[in-house]
Design a protein. Structure first.
Lengths: 349, 349, 349
């Protein structure tokens, strides 16, 4: 697929400097690009490569236009324009329509037009798959679940009974939707299982990374709103709610009944305990443990970054002595005050 | 399924206030329940909904009975009674018996009565499946593994060769049992694999969450005792032992040869290093790193919860200065003592 | 399989004390071993079992030879010798060659000699599988991926399109290779997906634990060099590079574009943020968060280990007061200096 540079400029609303007829066939990095490729310059660290780039065109901000030796698309957010141009040049792979003979599809399942059901996929009774969706090899969709139009379940995804997934979903391999929440009542040491009767409801345009798990609700539903983006290996417990366009990095765990607002970001490895409320536009840095609600927008942290082992040992030993240090500090203050008052008394005499 | 309230009261040993003939058909939350539903009141946060509930009955403690506008089941532990009543109203789904034609079952596999082997499931030579069990779509059970009666492997579960799982197990999608432990011997930089020759032995009534992994032992077995409950995305390394009725929340990692006692709880994201002993009734809060044995019952923590970013920066910078601060504190104490003794000397003169 | 002790001694270059004709058929622990078994003594904690061992032979260091009541193999690194002897006695399981009738293999896939394709495995167009490899049940290998000779994909492994895996790979159940990286450009709150166009390239002799995920690169490839060993539940983001013979324990997360050197070790639960460089021979202890580059060899840490809850509460409260404590300390120093100078003035007078 090749697109004229002028068309790309119109597609992203950028100012074109150079030849609008130049054919662009692919994207590449600024340092590796050759003829036919378009690249972008967003991170100043890469500015040193601009003078030598062999790309056919560079997407960049106004401040870099004069230093660009080739065609340029000038815009406010080069990375965003790059994402859009790349999306145009590399559309989602097309797929055939039909049901592979090795797939097992229940009679009452309703499959809309243009859907592909891959080898060894299994669809239960009452399942509905929206038009144009792709259900990859080894996916299991249990009874009464619904997948919206234009969705893609790559491979070995499991969607448990009664889950609802919106349009244009992208679920990577190993995703599990609608497994039982971890609901247990203690009975003198042993545990009695609390049946998990809610579902999972996922909006439109949600992407879910490889091996991420989202549990079904206990009584009402676990809810993931439209535009949410989840990375790999994330655990989302029962009755969690995640607001629109929130993005969560890999290895995050969110405990039961916590509500996360819209437009939030959670860094990798963040843990959020249960029954909290994190407001819209709250942001948490990597490996932070969140133990109380943060209703206000802001940036929150709670980790202790790596140090050389010797420094770290001193810091942890001292941390354990902190309470004692604080008490010694207070005693010193009292004694000093006494000395000073005596001294002051001396001065007075 | 509908059950008379009087029967539910007897089932959980609760005192019934109201109409024993009232038919209960479902459970719901106290705020959403309508006629035919039973709900519970355990968390004081929800007490405000009691006066307005439209449930047919509420399970509650004696202190709340007078404020209840509808039928009540009075008991000591409303959440436990709710779990039992919900379990009665919503039994595990029934399943047919038989082997789906797309399943691949080795000739020497022994399948007891009432078992269902789902589409595209694969059972190796010498596998034994106990009566009434459900092996869901895409599950792989390698040779010589045994699954006890009444168990349910939901979908895409993998049980590696020679694993032993007890009765009434519930394994959620993506669980892996019996993968090789991480056993390596260093040979001047490179690694020589140590064959993992032990197995995994799991007791009765164990629930294992989605995408949780349990490695086989190196020489002897990894052991999970009866009644253990594991949430999603947990990693259990080779030769770990977990005692009866211990419950572990999501994203926990337990390193090799560690022993965890009975009736313990580990919060989400806890990490336990290898070769430790955690005694019975030890409890660890979320994201705690456990680096030494804790043989005594108790509650242990080790995390630093989230702060607004500015406060956090100050705290981490200061933590690195702690050793210097401690030394300055000691110098101050010495100097002050000297001043005081001089002062004392002044007084004496 | 039984091997003479003399042959085992030669195999590992150990000094044999005892009967070279003694037949060894299995390995076991020093405390459980009986006739026919060989065991090893590496950890001094187990030395107490040496006098009573019923093993046919013990692999041990020179310092323990005199205390050994049975045949001994004396060498510098008993654990390494044990690994090699165990590997000889327990070779990788043999497998038949062929394609199970329930597997779905695209016409253009090229399968070399001695390969087994298991039940319900799915291989896309252009896939190549090297000689003697084993593709277990439920594995999905998307189009144009290549697996080197002598590799083993245990079960339910997913290899996304265009991934390249070297020889003698061992991929445990639930591994996902080549899923999309988490690439998003923000557009006024919403997210635009950045197509993930790179691949994953994995060297020879790489082992990857159950449910570990490795994302494909954004523009260029994610690269795992030969001899790398990855435990379970690890997340490796797009464009990460991991150098030769580095070993990473379970539950680690590595963010995008980070480079890790050769011969490194990362403890369980370590998190590494994006765009960092960790040099060769860097080592990170469990649950450490790495937020800056460490180019120099060394041992780095950043966690705060578990304490009894009461001690932990004091430490965390005090940590939040640290900045205030530091300021009070400085004030004390100033005031004391003033007092001392006054005192000094007194002395002078």
């Amino acid at each position: 697929m090749a697109v004229r540079l002028g068309e790309l400029a119109r597609h992203v609303g950028a100012q074109l400097l150079g030849d609008p007829e130049c054919l662009i066939e692919r994207v590449d990095t600024i340092q590796d690009a050759t003829g036919g490729a378009i690249c972008f310059l967003a991170n100043p660290k890469y500015r040193k490569h601009l003078a030598h780039t062999r790309a056919s065109a560079v997407i960049l901000a106004a401040g870099d236009r004069d230093a660009c030796p080739v065609n340029a698309l000038v815009c406010d957010n080069p990375y965003l324009s790059y994402a859009r141009i790349s999306g145009l040049l590399y559309p989602r792979p097309r797929h055939p329509a039909g049901i592979h003979p090795s797939a097992v599809v229940a009679q009452s399942a309703r499959i809309d037009d243009g859907v592909w059901i891959g080898p060894c996929a299994v669809l239960g009774e009452g399942v509905r798959i929206g038009a144009g969706s792709y259900i990859g090899p080894g996916c299991v969709i249990e009874r009464d679940s619904r997948i919206g139009a234009g969705s893609r379940l790559v491979a070995n995804v499991v969607v448990c009974s009664g889950s609802v997934i919106g349009e244009r979903a992208l679920l990577h391999p190993g995703v599990v939707i609608g497994s039982d929440g971890f609901g247990l009542a203690n009975d003198g040491g042993g545990w009695v299982k609390v049946p998990q009767l809610g579902g999972v409801v996922i909006g439109d345009d949600v992407e879910i990374g490889a091996n991420t798990t989202i549990d079904r609700g206990a009584l009402r539903d676990t809810r993931i709103e439209s535009g949410v983006k989840l990375d790999n290996q994330i655990q989302i417990a029962h009755n969690v709610r995640i607001g629109r366009d929130t993005a969560i990095a890999g290895c995050v765990g969110i405990a039961g009944s916590t509500t996360i607002g819209s437009n939030c970001t959670l860094g990798g490895g963040v843990g959020v305990v249960g029954h909290l409320e994190l407001g819209d536009n709250t942001h948490f840095s990597a490996q932070t443990l969140v133990t109380r609600s943060f209703p206000e927008p802001g940036y929150y942290s709670g980790n202790f970054p790596a140090l050389p082992n010797g420094e770290w040992k001193k810091a942890t030993v001292r941390t354990r002595q902190l309470d004692e240090m604080a008490r010694r500090l207070r005693r010193l203050e009292r004694r000093l005050l006494e000395l000073e008052s005596v001294r002051h008394g001396d001065d007075d005499t």
